[in-house]
Design a protein around this ligand. Structure first.
Ligand SMILES: [Mn+2]
Length: 207
């Protein structure tokens, strides 16, 4: 028997780098889906970096996000475009989706706040977000932009995402539980299932 020269697609490195330049933002994102949660973040919005850090830490994704955006206008383009670029990077890193679990969900509390996130890497973009933030701004972050971030992500990662904030008084807590639950759900969905090595988790045969 000769050793196989190419590893099966569910054993390869799941890393990607995507650069995206427009008149509004210049972004570079690097991801390693099988990382340890190390993050290097410079979006220009402190609270947004804090949220991206949750994705890295709780998703066990190594994440490098560098963004030079038009913050003299507001944070909209920066947050939306980081979501788009992260979605593109995740899609590229996950490849043909062989051997992944596909679905993931998580409930995450933080003191009085509680959120639930359910994700399906279905190949079909969809965002269903039921969140009523108790404040418009958290630090320099407009809470309306959480929706824009996740919309950008699902459109380019090809994922269906249901986000519900079930309880919460403090908007920092509400937002943090959403990003932590997102990270945990994504981790569960993208982890390799040893019982499904080499298998695309769909009766259709593709995702
Ligand atoms: Mn916090």
């Amino acid at each position: 028997m000769t050793a196989p020269t190419t590893p099966p697609s569910d054993a390869v490195d799941r890393t990607a780098e995507v650069s995206r330049h427009t008149a509004e933002t210049k972004i570079r994102v690097r991801v390693n889906l099988d990382g340890t949660g190390q993050a290097r973040l410079a979006s220009g919005i402190g609270f947004f970096d804090h949220m991206l850090d949750q994705i890295a830490r709780h998703g066990l994704i190594d994440l490098d996000v560098q963004c030079d955006g038009d913050l003299h206008i507001d944070g909209h383009h920066t947050v939306e475009d980081v979501g788009i670029t992260l979605g593109q990077a995740v899609a590229r890193a996950v490849g043909d989706k062989k051997g992944i679990r596909r679905y993931g969900h998580a409930y995450v509390p933080l003191d009085e706040a509680l959120s639930r996130v359910v994700v399906d890497f279905s190949g079909r973009p969809g965002l269903h977000m039921d969140v009523k933030f108790t404040s418009g701004m958290v630090g320099g972050f407009d809470t309306q932009l959480a929706f824009e971030f996740f919309q950008g992500f699902v459109n380019h990662a090809g994922a269906t995402l249901h986000i519900d904030n079930l309880k919460g008084v403090n908007a920092h807590h509400q937002c943090e539980t959403i990003f932590k639950a997102f990270a945990r759900a994504v981790r569960a969905a993208l982890e390799r299932d040893p019982r499904s090595a080499g298998v695309i988790p769909s009766t259709k045969g593709s995702l």
